[in-house]
Design a protein around this ligand. Structure first.
Ligand code: SF4
Ligand code: SF4
Length: 320
């Protein structure tokens, strides 16, 4: 029997490299834009004029705890919230509202006269906007996308409103809990990737001369989000996005850790008794796909992560 999550942590964790961006990204330019790095003391025109232009045509990605928070705010179950308002198994908020600013569709949560219908439960990307958050080698930075302050495009009037520091803005937006959730889900992502490593490196699969697993990790990293979600399958998508944790909703750290234990248990149930190299190969590819799907939901780049994890596996004897 393979005891997953029980071996010394594989290098997915030891060589931690993550480039994480969280913000309401422009759909077409997500992840590829120049960014302006900020210090916490920088003074910017961060008083919102409340015109709502940033609730049109954006890409808002979600982690499972944020999905649960939004559902609670809407007074429906996370299953219902996902069905009505999300895409890609729950990692992306749907923008299928009225056409508005610049001919783009509004967020599914945007109401014409009142604005965000889930304001108190809105996700980190919306709390941070116009800023974004990056984590690289465990260091957190704040930034905005492009060279020009993003609000100026839709709300140039902000320059006439009070300026404030990045630190004051984050405090006012109550981002702390949501940032913690994102950090915890980064760990969940790495724990899932660790399972893929264990199935490849600790079971004898890599030593058998397997050359098929790493190319499929790469394929998962390069796949379109829809195709990756399909290849993972409904069962794992549900375990990932709808963990049915009803307690700890106010404590994202406890929530994510409980979710992590649940996912590890499911991996143990599903993969613990696998015997053949083919089964181990398929399981390693599947769980790597789950890790990369979650990675996308928390704003990381699956392609970059897959390449990093492939290089790490190769440095430990895996072949392609
Ligand atoms: S673009 Fe900026 S100022 Fe305009 S509504 Fe959004 S956050 Fe507020
Ligand atoms: S969740 Fe709320 S704040 Fe975020 S884009 Fe949608 S309507 Fe705007």
């Amino acid at each position: 029997m393979v005891l997953l999550g029980m071996s010394t942590k594989t290098e997915a964790r030891q060589n931690k490299y993550t480039h994480l961006i969280s913000s309401s990204n422009n759909k077409t330019k997500a992840f590829r834009m120049i960014t302006t790095k900020l210090s916490i003391e920088d003074q910017l025109p961060l008083t919102c004029s409340r015109s709502g232009t940033c609730c049109y045509g954006k890409l808002v990605l979600l982690n499972p705890w944020e999905l649960a928070c939004m559902a609670r705010e809407k007074k429906i179950t996370p299953q219902e919230f996902r069905k009505q308002y999300c895409e890609l198994g729950g990692i992306r908020l749907r923008f299928d509202g009225k056409i508005g600013w610049k001919g783009q569709q509004a967020c599914s949560q945007y109401a014409d006269n009142t604005g965000c219908s889930i304001h108190s439960g809105r996700p980190l990307a919306c709390r941070l906007y116009p800023l974004g958050r990056q984590i690289q080698s465990e260091e957190v930075h704040y930034m905005y996308q492009g060279n020009e302050f993003p609000c100026l495009e839709g709300c140039p009037e902000v320059t006439g409103l009070p300026y404030m520091s990045v630190a004051e803005y984050l405090k006012g937006q109550l981002t702390a809990k949501f940032e913690k959730a994102q950090d915890e889900y980064l760990d969940v992502m790495q724990n899932l990737a660790d399972i893929a490593f264990e199935l490849l490196l600790d079971t004898g699969l890599a030593k058998s001369g397997d050359t098929k697993t790493l190319p499929l990790w790469r394929e998962a990293g390069n796949e379109l989000p829809e195709a990756l979600a399909d290849s993972i399958g409904q069962e794992w998508i549900d375990w990932l996005m709808l963990p049915e944790i009803t307690e700890n909703i106010d404590d994202p750290v406890a929530f994510a850790r409980k979710h992590n234990d649940f996912l590890r248990l499911k991996a143990q149930e599903q993969f613990g008794a696998l015997q053949t190299n083919h089964e181990l190969h398929e399981a390693s590819v599947l769980i790597m796909g789950v890790a990369l799907h979650l990675a996308r939901g928390i704003g990381a780049d699956p392609k970059v992560l897959a390449e990093h994890w492939i290089a790490t596996a190769k440095s430990h004897g895996a072949l392609e």
